[in-house]
Ligand binder design. Structure first.
Ligand SMILES: C[S@@+](CC[C@H](N)C(=O)[O-])C[C@H]1O[C@@H](n2cnc3c(N)ncnc32)[C@H](O)[C@@H]1O
Length: 229
């Protein structure tokens, strides 16, 4: 169980397999919409953007968070269909109320993460609880608030994923895997890996972020989780 963080453009790290061995990419890529990141412009030519993301997916196990229509486009460009898709839904004052999380070449196991039973008074559920079951397997529709300016977990990164969403994503992936996030941002994926490891899991994490300030935020965040364990 190792954690390695890099302040770099992932495209300049050479052959990722040669360097890091076997891994599952888990990432929330920039959306190429001219977002106000600190140093990254987020406005590549459309073909260049699709190529950058699909190169990460082709022939690899990958989990990508994106708007649904972009995921269809990426899947077609990479000529690979997701094995499963989860919808992450949230309330916001924008017309967009969900993003999807697509699992390519890797089968998530929803029974690895438990949620409270919806009908705890049902006779069969009571029997399951008596046999030691801690809840129902996770469903594929997750209602989790976005990170707001007032959220406790908020950092200076302008578009942070909720830790709860990333913990669910990592939690349903194979234990023992190495997780690689080439667009690490504030390090939410790494913090999720570290938190789950603190609860007995055993995954490694490699995080790469091009912006120095965001890299420092991620480093501190992951260190904070590991030092409290
Ligand atoms: C959508 S954000 C990721 C947010 C992250 N999931 C979080 O919770 O904080 C995408 C990040 O990718 C970074 N980025 C863009 N191009 C990159 C590249 N070629 N290599 C590494 N990082 C890159 C941006 O600076 C930005 O922080």
């Amino acid at each position: 169980m190792a954690i390695e963080l890099y302040n770099a453009d992932f495209r300049e790290l050479g052959d990722l397999e040669e360097r890091f061995g076997d891994f599952i990419i888990v990432t929330d890529p920039p959306f190429n919409i001219g977002y106000h990141y600190k140093s990254y412009g987020d406005s590549l030519d459309c073909a260049e953007y699709i190529e950058m993301v699909t190169k990460l997916m082709i022939g690899r196990k990958s989990v990508i968070v994106h708007y649904p229509e972009r995921l269809y486009e990426l899947a077609m460009a990479a000529d690979t269909m997701p094995r499963r898709v989860v919808s992450w839904v949230y309330n916001s004052n924008t017309p967009r109320q969900h993003r999807d999380i697509a699992f390519f070449n890797v089968e998530p196991d929803f029974s690895q993460v438990r949620q409270p039973y919806k009908n705890p008074n049902d006779k069969r559920i009571k029997e399951r609880v008596a046999r030691g079951r801690t809840g129902a397997r996770l469903y594929d529709w997750w209602n989790v608030n976005q990170v707001k300016n007032t959220s406790e977990e908020k950092t200076a990164h302008p578009c942070q994923m909720p830790l709860e969403v990333m913990k669910r994503v990592i939690g349903i992936l194979p234990d023992g895997a190495t997780i690689l996030d080439p667009f690490m941002g504030s390090g939410t994926t790494g913090a999720a890996v570290a938190e789950l490891n603190g609860a007995g899991a055993n995954r490694s994490f490699i995080g790469i972020e091009i912006d120095k300030e965001y890299y420092e935020i991620a480093k501190k965040r992951v260190e904070n989780v590991t030092k409290t364990q």
